[in-house]
Design a protein. Structure first.
Length: 168
């Protein structure tokens, strides 16, 4: 891969790789590290990609693998975060911000599946290939993620719509 081709690919796909890593790890710093690792692997990669789709699939596959490595690392399991809540760049719409907050609260496999399918627009088959899972497994993860999100969002909505006392 030429330096020019690498620069173009980095500009085009770095945000996507970051989002996938962020959804997998729920940490900005770890996602940035994964993004840099993926781009470094791309730079060092000697293979020629057949198409833009092939490159995209390769980048997403490496991002998921690197995210798994970070999650399995001793350091990540042994450390306790200083802050329980990380500030995220919330969408301007409050409802979208709440959905994003609930998605980020899901278990990692559900977060990644939701990210790839809904945010990145991959099909179930493509998501399964990136996550190295069966398509039926990915469909189950998406079904469970939607059910959990629906439940959490409905509970949140019910708590917001508590009827206020009438004060004369």
């Amino acid at each position: 891969m030429t330096d020019e081709a690498f620069a173009q690919a980095a500009r085009e796909w770095s945000d996507t790789v970051y989002r996938v890593a962020y959804h997998a790890l729920n940490s900005r710093e770890d996602a940035e590290d994964v993004m840099q690792t993926v781009l470094l692997k791309l730079y060092e990669c000697k293979k020629e990609f057949e198409s833009e789709e092939h490159l995209k699939h390769w980048l997403l596959r490496v991002a998921v693998n690197e995210s798994r490595k970070v999650r399995r690392s001793f350091w990540r399991r042994a450390c306790v975060p200083l802050e329980e809540w990380q500030e995220t760049a919330a969408p301007e719409d409050a409802a979208r911000a709440e959905v994003l907050r609930q998605v980020m609260a899901l278990e990692a496999k559900y977060r990644v599946a939701v990210c790839l399918y809904y945010y990145e627009g991959l099909s179930v088959a493509e998501t399964a290939a990136v996550m190295r899972a069966n398509p039926s497994t990915v469909q189950t993860w998406l079904l469970r993620a939607r059910a959990r999100l629906r439940k959490e969002l409905e509970e949140k909505e019910e708590s917001v719509h508590v009827r206020p006392e009438i004060v004369p």
